[in-house]
Write a protein that binds this ligand. Structure first.
Ligand SMILES: Nc1nc2c(c(=O)[nH]1)N[C@H]1C(S)=C(S)[C@@H](COP(=O)(O)OP(=O)(O)OC[C@H]3O[C@@H](n4cnc5c(=O)[nH]c(N)nc54)[C@H](O)[C@@H]3O)O[C@H]1N2
Ligand SMILES: Nc1nc2c(c(=O)[nH]1)N[C@H]1C(S)=C(S)[C@@H](COP(=O)(O)OP(=O)(O)OC[C@H]3O[C@@H](n4cnc5c(=O)[nH]c(N)nc54)[C@H](O)[C@@H]3O)O[C@H]1N2
Ligand code: SF4
Ligand SMILES: [Mo]
Length: 707
């Protein structure tokens, strides 16, 4: 009998998810045979989610791209011929050099996101290459960017409450986050706290899976969280429930905030949010008096025009009530702020030529289809780690742009995604277990290592190797393009930072993960005595001279960026752009607000092409209230069309009181090539008030029976 070589290796889930699970890769005879959650990791606790539990199958899926390919049919037809890596890279660099000669390097735009979350192969992995080229800078603000701006203005770059410290919380507010689907490895801690007596409040306009498990589900109208938070502060101050000592010592602008919220009573907020004024009072009192209280801010909170201001208001609450004094008290946005990554070394913003333009990824459709007034047109786009046709707003414009015969489009992918299918050259990319990396975490305080333990199938290559080879062909000489993946890791992390004390790459290789030295779950109370990483060291209810900005690393920092427009010095409620109240004329045609949250069974658009995952998730649904369904003669199970002036998609009606009248919910990720349109066909590419974040929840639609 031939002997079987069985080994286990440390992995990290590379998907765009706050949990960044620590994984164990099982390898037999050079093949990945099983992937499981690391039992030693206090948050992963041995379990992966439904998407990843058989991650090895994704590695060897029959549809996986294995060879470089050149388009042979019309754009988007999916007709390609196999070519060699040399041919592919020669063709790409020859075309790019010609474009640079004729139009300059800004005619080329990179487009990437967090398809892979590694420091080496992830979001910023191609930045150094395209910065050296002088390409247009692509600003990537899909996820939490308005929230980042609001958070940084108020409390600075702090990780806030350790997600593990929620075990000590007595009152937990999950605000605009569907943790059961999107943050599972925090949810078990919340559930444990709940068992110990903590009250769990979920604030979500519809009854999500998470809302169903809450002790109290509060359902304001979409985009009205700012009014709710302002009214809470009104009640807290009116009833003297604030921690005056904390406010006096560790905050700025209390008198101005108190003056502002005076005219924001619960009755005012009730009109806006659709909630009862007494409910708002009760919530404010409970929140202020049940300590430690913790707020987990979800990404979706920012997705309306007033999203940034709403998050500023929410972020004031823990300082007003002194919640920060306690372990398990305060708020959590992105724990990534305390991870010592050297984004300037990874991205090399110093290489960006002065005056280089910036185009935002959310508006890529407008940039490609000619709608944006560009002095240099975009002649080439390279896309990796992202799938804008499915995930970015105003899909029809993106497709119109990608159909342009004069656009040279390159895609590095695992599968022929909705976006890759429009490429001129497709490059096969390596997957999780096939490349070394450390996986960024925006949902916990651990460093996570991922070992390369199997070879890539076919001719697939890691993203960073693709850029190394492209750099060699372009003649770029910087160190970034010479470092091996291991050398990148040595250079990309500030191993000398206090947070890394006792941790180095060798330690991570041996143990797979390591908690940063930023306090333990049982003693971390980073702001018990103020100590906020703001210019004054205090929490800023008010920021004098505040301006809008986009935080790094999503927008690389270089001196050419101008500060944004001035913004209100205090938080407030700012109305959404598309609601029946704010735009009655539009609402006559399109009376319903659509929410397009993440799917339980897909990871953004990943897995939405895989048969058993589609079966698990179910087909595209449209949740609608009986009142709205009756008016349209819609029965449960009917195929319906959801549309507005930007486009439309189809789904199966689910009549349910999980959504209120006036709201429909259809989840994200379904592939356009397998469905009739996607949720992003109706979403707008306008920005919210801060951080150039997207308005994915600020869209009016009509729903009718499909024909
Ligand atoms: N309507 C609506 N739209 C939304 C949202 C919403 O809530 N509603 N959410 C937004 C949010 S929060 C986000 S983060 C974005 C996400 O938007 P995207 O990042 O564009 O979405 P993904 O589906 O994760 O696309 C990742 C792609 O990268 C590929 N990929 C994965 N790993 C690798 C790799 O190692 N190498 C290469 N070359 N490719 C790889 C995957 O196959 C996949 O096609 O979507 C946004 N869009
Ligand atoms: N299963 C699964 N997990 C994922 C992902 C996935 O696609 N699938 N994607 C990953 C990514 S990229 C991200 S960014 C995270 C995001 O994870 P979450 O932060 O949970 O984001 P969403 O699912 O977009 O929205 C969460 C909830 O916010 C609600 N919401 C929408 N608008 C509003 C509003 O105006 N106010 C309030 N209070 N709530 C509102 C939605 O109804 C939804 O139930 O999840 C990650 N994890
Ligand atoms: S997608 Fe998220 S929950 Fe699932 S294994 Fe990866 S990190 Fe964990
Ligand atoms: Mo995201």
């Amino acid at each position: 009998m031939a002997s079987v070589m069985k080994t286990s290796h440390h992995g990290g889930c590379p998907h765009d998810c706050p949990d960044t699970c620590s994984m164990v890769f099982e390898v037999e005879n050079g093949k990945l045979t099983a992937v499981r959650g690391n039992r030693e990791h206090p948050m992963t606790r041995g379990g992966l989610c439904v998407k990843l539990k058989d991650y090895e199958k994704r590695h060897y899926h029959p549809d996986r791209l294995l060879h470089p390919m050149r388009r042979t049919g019309p754009k988007g037809s999916g007709q390609f011929e196999q070519i060699s890596w040399d041919e592919a890279l020669d063709e790409i660099t020859t075309r790019w050099k010609a474009i640079i000669d004729e139009y300059g390097p800004q005619a080329i735009i990179p487009y990437s996101y967090l398809g892979h979350q590694g420091l080496v192969h992830g979001l910023n992995g191609g930045d150094a290459f395209f910065n050296k080229m002088g390409a247009t800078v692509c600003e990537r603000t899909f996820c939490g960017e308005g929230s980042c701006t609001a958070w940084l203005l108020t409390v600075g770059p702090t990780a806030g409450v350790d997600p593990e410290s929620y075990i000590h919380s007595k009152y937990i507010v999950i605000w605009g986050c569907n943790s059961v689907s999107t943050n599972l490895h925090h949810w078990h801690i919340v559930k444990e706290a709940q068992k110990k007596g903590a009250k769990v409040v979920v604030i979500d306009p519809y009854r999500s899976r998470t809302a169903k498990e809450a002790d109290w589900h509060i359902a304001p109208k979409p985009g009205t969280d700012g009014a709710l938070a302002m009214a809470m502060m009104h009640v807290i101050i009116e009833e003297g429930l604030q921690d005056q000592d904390y406010v006096d010592n560790y905050t700025e602008g209390f008198a101005d905030l108190a003056e502002r919220v005076k005219s924001r009573p619960p009755e005012w907020a009730a009109e806006i949010t659709g909630l009862d004024a007494d409910l708002i009072r009760q919530f404010a009192r409970e929140y202020a008096t049940s300590q430690p209280s913790a707020i987990r801010l979800g990404v979706a909170l920012e997705r309306n025009y007033g999203g940034g201001q709403a998050i500023r208001a929410v972020t004031c609450l823990p300082a007003l009530t002194g919640a920060w004094r306690h372990v398990g008290g305060g708020a959590t946005q992105f724990p990534v702020w305390e991870h010592p990554y050297k984004f300037d070394v990874i991205s090399r913003p110093d290489l960006i030529p002065e005056g280089t333009r910036v185009i935002n990824a959310i508006q890529i459709g407008r940039a490609l289809n000619g709608e944006m007034d560009l002095d240099v047109p975009i002649k080439s786009m390279m896309c990796w780690n992202a799938n804008p046709v499915t995930q970015a707003a105003e899909t029809d414009k993106i497709v119109e742009g990608l159909m342009r015969e004069d656009l040279f489009m390159v895609s590095a992918e695992h599968f022929l995604s909705d976006t890759a299918s429009y490429a001129d050259i497709v490059l096969p990319a390596s997957m999780g277990a096939e490349m070394e990396d450390m996986i960024l975490s925006w949902g916990h305080l651990y460093l996570t290592y991922n070992e390369k333990c199997v070879e890539s199938p076919g001719e697939a290559l890691p993203n960073n190797e693709i850029f190394r080879r492209l750099a060699a062909k372009m003649g770029y000489q910087e160190d970034n393009f010479k470092w091996s993946d291991s050398e990148c890791l040595e250079n990309y992390v500030d191993w000398d930072a206090p947070a890394c004390e006792g941790i180095d790459l060798a330690y991570l290789r041996e143990h797979g993960f390591a908690k940063l030295n930023v306090g333990t779950k049982d003693d971390r109370a980073p702001h018990k005595a103020g100590n906020f990483p703001t210019p004054t060291g205090k929490c800023h209810f008010m920021v004098e001279g505040a301006t809008n900005f986009v935080a790094p690393p999503f927008r690389q920092m270089y001196e050419g960026f101008q500060p944004g427009e001035p913004i209100d010095s205090l938080p407030d409620y700012v109305a959404s752009r598309e609601t029946p109240e704010s735009n009655p004329e539009l609402a006559q045609k399109y009376p319903l607000n659509i929410i397009s949250p993440k799917s339980h069974g897909f990871l953004n658009s990943c897995y939405a092409n895989i048969e058993d995952k589609i079966q698990g998730q179910g087909e595209q649904f449209v949740m609608i209230n009986a009142v709205d369904a009756d008016r349209r003669n819609i029965q449960s199970g009917d195929q319906v069309r959801v549309f507005n002036d930007r486009g439309g998609f189809e789904g199966r009606a689910q009549i349910t009181d999980d959504v209120s009248a006036g709201i429909v919910v259809a989840s994200l990720g379904y592939w356009r090539q397998l469905n009739k349109g996607t949720v992003n066909c109706v979403s707008s590419a306008e920005f919210v008030d801060m951080g150039h974040a997207p308005t994915f929840t600020d869209n009016l639609v009509q729903v009718s029976l499909a024909h």
